[in-house]
Design a protein around this ligand. Structure first.
Ligand code: SF4
Length: 151
């Protein structure tokens, strides 16, 4: 299933379609309860298998080459640290390709959202950890940025 990540265009189209499908239900999703619990489980399993999702609750996959930035050992959400090895591997886990090298490569194959990788992302709201990023996106919670953030 993870090999699907190397077909980022297919994934970005899937993201675009699912976003549109969820939009009409945003009010309903705001209710939380069992609906949100169902989404959390679906996300944990589906995105866990596909992206090694860490359930940050504020998904930015389409802005990071369909590569989860939370799989970076340093949790970096805005590009690589200064320690990427000459072979493109991680400073902390030498056996692992740098998440941001993969993110960049994949973003180049994404005609719809690929350029979003150049955007500086707002700080992660750690209070959303463990919640459903799908619900948070549909209800607008994940688009809320800290006061003073004007990127
Ligand atoms: S960005 Fe967050 S919600 Fe999206 S795959 Fe990574 S941990 Fe999961």
């Amino acid at each position: 299933m993870k090999r699907l990540q190397d077909r980022p265009h297919l994934l970005e189209v899937g993201y675009k379609i699912s976003r549109r499908m969820l939009w009409p239900f945003r009010r309903w999703l705001k209710a939380g309860g069992w609906v949100e619990r169902l989404f959390i489980q679906a996300e944990r399993v589906g995105k866990g298998l596909l992206f090694d999702c860490r359930m940050c609750g504020q998904c930015v996959l389409h802005e990071t080459g369909m590569t989860c930035p939370m799989t970076c050992p340093k949790d970096l959400r805005n590009g690589p640290c200064g320690g990427v090895r000459p072979d493109g591997h991680c400073e902390v886990l030498p056996e692992m390709p740098c998440v941001w090298v993969k993110a960049w490569e994949r973003s180049q194959k994404m005609p719809v959202y690929g350029s979003a990788i150049l955007k500086v992302l707002p700080p992660l709201d750690r209070q959303l950890e463990g919640t459903s990023a799908w619900v948070n996106e549909a209800t607008g919670i994940s688009q809320q940025v800290p006061a003073g953030w004007d990127q």
